[in-house]
Design a protein around this ligand. Structure first.
Ligand SMILES: Cc1ncc(COP(=O)(O)O)c(C=O)c1O
Length: 405
C-alpha cells in the first residue's frame, strides 16, 4: 500500500524547498525517453542533468550493476577492489595522467582538487601561494570550496563567509588573466565548455596564454570536466580540443553510469602531494558505481558514441540555425557535441514548461539559454522530434503575440 503521494503537495511537506521540480513523477525510462507514473513518455533532452550518457535501460549497464551488486556493494577504501582499480587504469589510459582519486559527486571532486592544489603549492615553501582562481560565469559546485569558485551570486548569497584566497578572472579576457595571476596563484580552474553558464567555450588564445603564465608563475591548471567530460562534447575530455594540458582533471556526472561517482585525475607533478590520511571519503570509488562507470565507458567506445555526439550535435546546430532564420526569438546557438545552448531573446524558463506540455524535457540556464544535454545515444529522428517541438513552440508564441496586438 502506498504511504505517500508522489505529488507537489507532498514534496512541499517532505523536503527543504531547494529544488524546483517539474510537476511529473517519473517511474522508469526507455532509451532516450522518460516515462511518468501515468504512462506518458517524454523525450529526454536533459538526461538527468548530463548524467545518463547511455539513456535508460542499457542492458550492459544494468548487467554490470547487478552482477557487481550481487558480489559486493560496499567495503570502503580500507580494501582493494577490482572495479575501482580497473576504472582508475582506464581513466589514466584515456588521459595519459598519473593518479586517480575517487569521490561521489562533482563538487567533492572540486574540493579534492582545491586541497591537492593548495598542498602542492605549499610544498614550494611559499606560504603565500594559496590563491585559487576560476573564470567568471563558471559553475563548480555547491560545497564551500566549490561554491567559493562559482561565479553566480545566486548560488552563494546568504552563505558567506566563503573560502578565503579565491578569485575570479573575466572569461576569455587575456588582459584580466595577466592582471590576476601571480606568484601567489596555486591553481586556475577552467570549464573548457561552461555548462551552467550557458554553453560558452574558453578561447584558444586564452588557453595558450594561461599555459604560458603557468610556466612563468608555476601554478596548476585544473580542468572541470564534470559536465563536458566523458564524451559529451565529442571527445572523451573537452580539454583535448583546446590542448589545455591540465595538471588535474575533475570528472563526475556520467562517470558512474548514473550512480554517484566522481574522480580527480592528476599529472606526475601532483602525484605525490597527498599522503596517508590527508584526504578520503567512505563511499568514494564504490565498486558498483565503478563497475557501472566501466560499462558506460566501454559502451561509449563500442558504439562510437563520441562520433555520434558530434554528428547529432552538428545536425541540431544546423536545424536550429534554420529555425533561427524564421523565429526572431532565437538569437544564437552554441554547440559542442551534445552540449547545446540556444540563446533566446527573453527568459528561457517558460520554454521549459511549454516543451513539457508537448512531452519534451528541456532545461534553461543562464537566464536566456535553452540547454540541451541529451543522452549520447539519441537518434537523428529523436533529435528531429526535439527540433520540431521547438519550432511549434516558437510558432505558437509568435501567433499568440500577433493575436494579442
Ligand atoms: C561544471 C560543473 N562542475 C561541478 C558541478 C557540481 O557537480 P555535482 O552537482 O555533482 O556536485 C557541476 C554540476 O552541474 C558542473 O556542471
Amino acid at each position: 500500500m502506498k504511504r505517500v503521494d508522489v505529488n507537489q503537495e507532498s514534496e512541499k511537506k517532505l523536503f527543504f524547498h531547494n529544488y524546483a521540480r517539474l510537476p511529473i513523477a517519473v517511474t522508469h525510462g526507455e532509451g532516450v525517453w522518460l516515462v511518468s507514473d501515468d504512462g506518458t513518455r517524454y523525450l529526454d533532452m536533459i538526461s538527468g542533468i548530463g548524467v545518463n550518457a547511455l539513456g535508460y535501460g542499457d542492458q550492459r549497464l544494468v548487467d554490470a550493476i547487478s552482477s557487481q551488486a550481487a558480489k559486493l556493494i560496499h567495503a570502503s577504501n580500507l580494501f582493494m577492489m577490482e572495479p575501482q582499480f580497473e576504472l582508475a587504469a582506464k581513466l589514466l589510459s584515456l588521459s595519459g595522467l598519473s593518479k586517480v582519486f575517487f569521490a561521489n559527486s562533482g563538487t567533492e571532486a572540486i574540493e579534492a582538487a582545491i586541497k591537492i592544489a593548495r598542498k602542492w603549492a605549499g610544498q614550494s615553501g611559499d606560504q603565500e601561494k594559496k590563491e585559487v582562481l576560476s573564470l567568471s560565469n563558471c559553475f563548480h559546485g555547491r560545497t564551500y570550496g566549490a561554491l567559493s569558485l562559482t561565479a553566480k551570486a545566486q548560488y552563494s548569497d546568504g552563505f558567506d563567509p566563503l573560502l578565503p584566497g579565491t578569485g575570479m578572472i573575466a572569461f576569455n579576457d587575456i588582459a584580466d588573466l595577466e592582471a590576476q595571476v601571480s606568484e601567489d596563484t596555486a591553481a586556475v580552474f577552467i570549464e573548457v565548455v561552461q555548462g551552467e553558464g550557458g554553453i560558452h567555450r574558453v578561447s584558444q588564445p586564452f588557453i595558450d596564454r594561461l599555459k604560458e603564465l603557468r610556466e612563468q608563475y608555476n601554478f596548476l591548471i585544473i580542468a572541470d570536466e564534470i559536465q563536458s567530460g566523458c564524451g559529451r562534447t565529442g571527445t572523451f575530455f573537452s580539454y583535448t580540443q583546446v590542448n589545455a594540458d591540465p595538471d588535474l582533471v575533475c570528472l563526475a556526472k556520467p562517470l558512474g553510469g548514473g550512480l554517484p561517482l566522481s574522480a580527480v585525475i592528476g599529472s606526475e607533478k601532483v602525484a605525490d602531494v597527498l599522503s596517508y590520511g590527508n584526504h578520503g571519503t567512505t563511499f568514494g570509488g564504490n565498486p558498483v558505481a565503478c563497475a557501472a562507470g566501466l560499462a558506460m565507458i566501454k559502451a561509449i567506445e563500442e558504439d562510437n558514441l563520441m562520433e555520434h555526439a558530434q554528428e547529432i550535435g552538428a545536425f541540431i546546430n544546423h536545424e536550429v540555425q534554420k529555425l533561427a532564420a524564421k523565429h526572431p526569438q532565437i538569437l544564437e546557438i552554441r554547440q559542442y557535441g551534445l552540449m547545446v545552448g540556444i540563446m533566446v531573446d527573453k527568459e528561457a524558463k517558460p520554454y521549459v514548461g511549454k516543451a513539457l506540455e508537448k512531452h519534451v524535457l528541456i532545461n534553461a540556464t543562464s537566464v536566456n539559454v535553452i540547454r540541451l544535454l541529451p543522452p549520447l545515444t539519441i537518434s537523428l529522428e529523436e533529435a528531429q522530434h526535439c527540433i520540431t517541438t521547438l519550432d511549434e513552440i516558437f510558432t505558437e508564441e509568435s501567433a499568440a503575440a500577433e493575436t494579442s496586438c
